[in-house]
Design a protein around this ligand. Structure first.
Ligand code: COA
Length: 372
């Protein structure tokens, strides 16, 4: 096999973007360090920043919030569709289907010009969490909960899934996780969105490409797998035995390793701290200590750091979400980043079409079917 190609496009810079900067030391959205955004901002404000290349004034944020909340509603057909999907279907498969369907009820779906595009961005950011909540309610044989327009996206999502208005501390943890997940440069699903946008496809198709790509275990699916692994390990004393077995069989340990960060993921310490506080509050310290022990042992034995999916899985579990909903929550957050990239791709477009290195047979002679 030829070696002069770039398997997995590793370290290849394919386009210029002003949305997100990742270095080994830091992660920044539009120039603002993620550590500051996680500490000071809100998910809505971060979405504004990603789409407008500037932090909003108070008035601009109020307008954005108002616009988002006015889109806290799903077409009746989407709610009915949700109530007819098989309950055992994976929520990511249902989310992919329903975001695609949502485009059918948007009269502006095909219009990718400036103002229409902005209205679609608002709609997709506001409605995606409602779809995920509707999916979860249906799976648990519960009825759909009408959104509460007094709540921000994180608090309203918790309300629409669980039926109770969350306390501000709980909503803050989810809001922080949404901020941390909101954007991450040319990860696989965002790249998929940009490839689709680069063909001049309409916005819903781009987000469906992204959601489809997000669901795999090596990408967004890792948070579900990481939590399932932690639950199976159950307590810190079992970590070494688990790792002996997993590493002996050359299995991937989910939630570890990263294509870009080789010295650790800057989002991890922020989420780890929230997990510790939540675990204390919910009397679930055993699982938190198991996570920390596995993290330390993986670093010692394999030089591999935990990534965001490791601690987001634990945070979502401690917030009360079922494991197979985790990747959908990732999608709710990353929708902000997808839309920023789709817009950037539309405005500085070049069709994305790489070449492959052909390594198959050549110059075969065609034989008629009855002579083969
Ligand atoms: C994220 C990931 C796909 C990055 O892949 P990559 O950049 O292609 O890195 P590689 O697969 O080349 O990994 C380098 C080495 O570390 C090992 N490695 C990487 N991640 C590992 C993990 N989670 N568990 C065990 N070994 C791992 C690889 O087997 C490889 O070993 P080798 O050199 O002996 O073959 C990979 O680390 C992974 O599969 N992680 C688990 C899934 C996950 O958490 N995904 C979420 C990412 S945010």
């Amino acid at each position: 096999m030829s070696t002069d190609h770039h398997a997995g496009l590793e370290d290849i810079e394919v386009l210029e973007s002003s949305i997100c900067e990742i270095t080994q030391e830091r992660l920044a959205f539009r120039g603002y360090n993620i550590v500051d955004l996680a500490a000071e901002s809100s998910f809505e404000e971060v979405a504004y920043l990603l789409w407008n290349d500037a932090l909003p004034s108070r008035l601009e944020l109020d307008e954005m919030t108002k616009a988002l909340r006015s889109e806290y509603k799903l077409p009746r057909e989407i709610i009915e569709h949700t109530n007819h999907v098989p309950r055992e279907a994976h929520p990511m498969a249902v989310l992919r289907t329903l975001v695609s369907s949502l485009g059918l009820y948007d009269a502006e779906a095909a219009d990718t010009s400036g103002p229409a595009l902005r209205r679609k961005e608002i709609r997709l950011l506001a409605k995606t969490p409602l779809i995920v909540a509707a999916i979860q309610r249906h799976r648990q044989a519960n009825s759909y909960i009408e959104p509460n327009t007094d709540l921000g996206i994180a608090a309203n999502f918790l309300y629409c899934v669980g039926g109770a208005i969350p306390d501000s501390e709980t909503a803050h943890v989810l809001d922080t996780a949404l901020i941390l997940y909101a954007e991450h440069e040319l990860n696989a699903s965002t790249f998929a969105a940009r490839i689709t946008a680069a063909t001049q496809a309409e916005t819903y198709s781009c987000t469906v490409s992204a959601i489809s790509t997000l669901q795999g275990n090596l990408h967004g699916g890792a948070n579900q797998r990481a939590l399932e692994m932690l639950l199976a390990i159950a307590k810190p004393e079992n970590v070494d035995e688990f790792l002996d077995r997993a590493l002996g069989k050359k299995q991937l340990v989910m939630g570890f390793g990263h294509r870009v960060y080789k010295n650790g993921d800057p989002r991890v310490p922020i989420l780890r701290k929230h997990c510790e506080t939540l675990a204390q509050k919910k009397n679930q310290l055993t699982i938190f200590k198991t996570a920390v022990k596995l993290e330390e042992t993986m670093l010692k034995r394999k030089r591999l750091h935990a990534n965001i999916d490791y601690y987001s899985g634990l945070a979502f579990y401690l917030l009360g979400f079922s494991a197979d909903l985790f990747t959908c929550i990732f999608a709710v957050a990353r929708m902000a980043g997808y839309l920023a990239h789709i817009e950037e791709q539309y405005t500085q477009n070049k069709l994305i079409r790489p070449r492959g290195v052909y390594n198959g047979k050549r110059n075969l002679k065609y034989l008629a079917i009855d002579k083969r």
